[in-house]
Structures are given as C-alpha cells and as structure tokens.
Design a protein around this ligand. Structure first.
Ligand code: B1M
Length: 211
C-alpha cells in the first residue's frame, strides 16, 4: 500500500504513533511535505468528516483522528516553516468564540509562518474583543479568523463590525475561513478577504499586505 494511503488509514484509526512514524518515513523517502499533508493527513481527515456526518463514527473517534492529525502535523511543521526569513508582517489568528475546532486554524498559521509572517495565535474560543485588543497591542496588520460551526460564524461579523467602529478601521484587515465559510459570507459581513484553504490563505494575506 502507498505510504500516503497508509498515513490516511492510520489517521482514521487514530493510530497517532504510527501516523508520526509513517510521516517521518514519507519525508525520508523525499515525498514533498505538501503531498504528505494533502494526500495523507487531510485526505484521512476528510474521510473522518464524511463518516461523522453519516453517523458512522462518533465524537471520540473524531478526537482520536484529530490527535493523529496533530502527530503528523508536528513532524511536517519544521519543513513547512522556513528559517530566518525577515517578517512580512504580523497576523493575529484564532478560532472564533464558541468554537473549539483548531486543526485548520493551526494549519493556516503554520503555512503563514512558513511564508514569513509572525503569528500571534490566540487559540480557540476567541471573543471579538480579544481579537481586536491583540491586533492593537501587537500592532498587527491582519486578523485571521477560523470558524467550523455555522453557529459560530456570526462572531466573525461581530469582529468586523467592532473593528469598523474603531479609529484603526482600515489599518487592520480581516481574513475569514473554515469549512462552512465562503466568499459570499465574507462579502456580506464586510471582511476584507476569504481564504478557502491554508495555501490560499497565504496568497490572500500576501495580497492584503502588498507582497
Ligand atoms: Co466537529 N464538527 N464538532 N469536531 N468536526 C464539524 C465541523 C462538522 C461539519 C461535522 C459534521 O457534522 N459533518 C459539524 C459542524 C456542523 C455545522 O455547524 N454545520 C461539527 C460538530 C457538529 C461538532 C460538535 C458540535 C459535535 C458535538 O459536540 N455534538 C462539537 C463542537 C465543539 C465546539 O467547537 N464547540 C465538535 C467537536 C469536534 C472535535 C473536538 C471532536 C474535533 C475538533 C478537534 C480540533 O479541532 N482540535 C472535531 C472535528 C475534527 C471535526 C471535523 C470532522 C474535521 C474538522 C477538521 O479539523 N478538518 C469536521 C467536519 C468537517 O469540517 N467537514 C467537524 C481538517 C481541517 C484541516 O480542515 O478546519 O476545514 P478545516 O480547515 C481548512 C479550511 O477550512 C481552511 O484551511 C484549512 C486547511 O485547508 N481554513 C481557513 C480554516 N480556517 C481558515 C482560516 C483562514 C483561511 C482558511 O483565514 C484566516
């Protein structure tokens, strides 16, 4: 069996130690990190998503798969982040209030870090006030928000609205993303941009910060 399929299948079974070892093995075989991420780890997590949606598996299974996803991501992280490149700007990142899904947000952070941005990661369950406060104190150019639940998407609207009320409006740009988020929603709430995946988030942030 192809090593990427093995990574995907072991991620689905929640075999975190095996996923870590297989990811190391794939790197040793000179497979590109982006392929290991897309066709191994993310491919496995997509299958977990479909099975969870179809009620074929339950929350503890998803948690185990998430743990395995992190085991692989931790191995890939240094390869996705280049060393010693001058900072292209600061991005405050977080998953919005009420939402604990952080795998996608962490992937976006890793890719942005790899592209030379300084990331202020506020974690998950981040309130609108925390986003704005951090962006101001850190002098950040961009606020990046992730939401995976339809019920937490409105928090993004609050952040954009709160930012627009402030004197710093315009100076700090907002980027939104996450599985239920789309371009129309981003436009509707007045966000500056929408990123559909981690690589696209880098392109968007580059564009917004003039790189
Ligand atoms: Co939950 N969950 N979950 N979950 N979970 C979803 C999101 C769901 C779609 C599953 C389903 O029903 N099919 C569903 C939401 C339904 C909805 O709102 N429409 C759901 C639910 C219902 C729940 C709970 C409510 C379940 C319950 O308790 N009954 C609960 C909520 C907890 C909470 O947040 N308050 C819950 C809990 C969990 C776990 C804790 C078990 C776990 C999260 C673990 C963790 O994150 N540490 C989990 C997981 C893993 C998932 C699924 C299966 C996978 C999410 C994931 O990590 N994907 C998910 C199914 C799905 O998304 N289809 C599901 C992989 C990740 C790489 O993709 O996060 O989409 P993603 O990120 C992508 C892009 O979206 C984009 O780039 C990333 C890389 O390509 N992106 C950005 C993300 N953020 C971005 C920001 C940007 C730009 C791009 O700019 C700033």
């Amino acid at each position: 069996m192809n090593i990427l399929t093995q990574i995907s299948e072991n991620l689905q079974k929640g075999n975190d130690e095996l996923v870590e070892a297989l990811t190391q093995e794939a790197i040793a075989k000179n497979l590109p990190p982006k392929d290991i991420l897309d066709h191994g780890l993310i491919a496995g997590m997509n299958i977990i998503s479909d099975q969870f949606k179809a009620h074929e598996i339950f929350l503890p299974d998803v948690l185990l798969a998430a743990k395995a996803m992190y085991a692989g991501m931790n191995v890939l992280k240094p390869l996705l982040i280049k060393d010693k490149i001058p900072s292209r700007g600061k991005v405050v990142m977080g998953t919005v209030q009420g939402d604990l899904h952080d795998i996608g947000k962490n992937l976006v952070s890793i890719m942005l870090q790899g592209a030379g941005y300084e990331i202020i990661d506020l974690g998950n369950d981040v309130s609108p006030e925390q986003f704005i406060e951090a962006a101001k104190t850190e002098n950040a150019n961009i606020i990046g928000m992730s939401a995976l639940l339809t019920t937490t998407m409105p928090v993004m609207k609050k952040v954009v609205a709160l930012l627009k009320e402030q004197a710093s409006a315009g100076a700090i740009k907002t980027v939104v993303g996450g599985a239920p988020v789309n371009r129309e929603f981003a436009q509707e709430i007045g966000a500056d941009a929408y990123g559909f995946d981690a690589a696209n988030a880098v392109e968007i942030v580059n564009k917004l910060s003039g790189h």
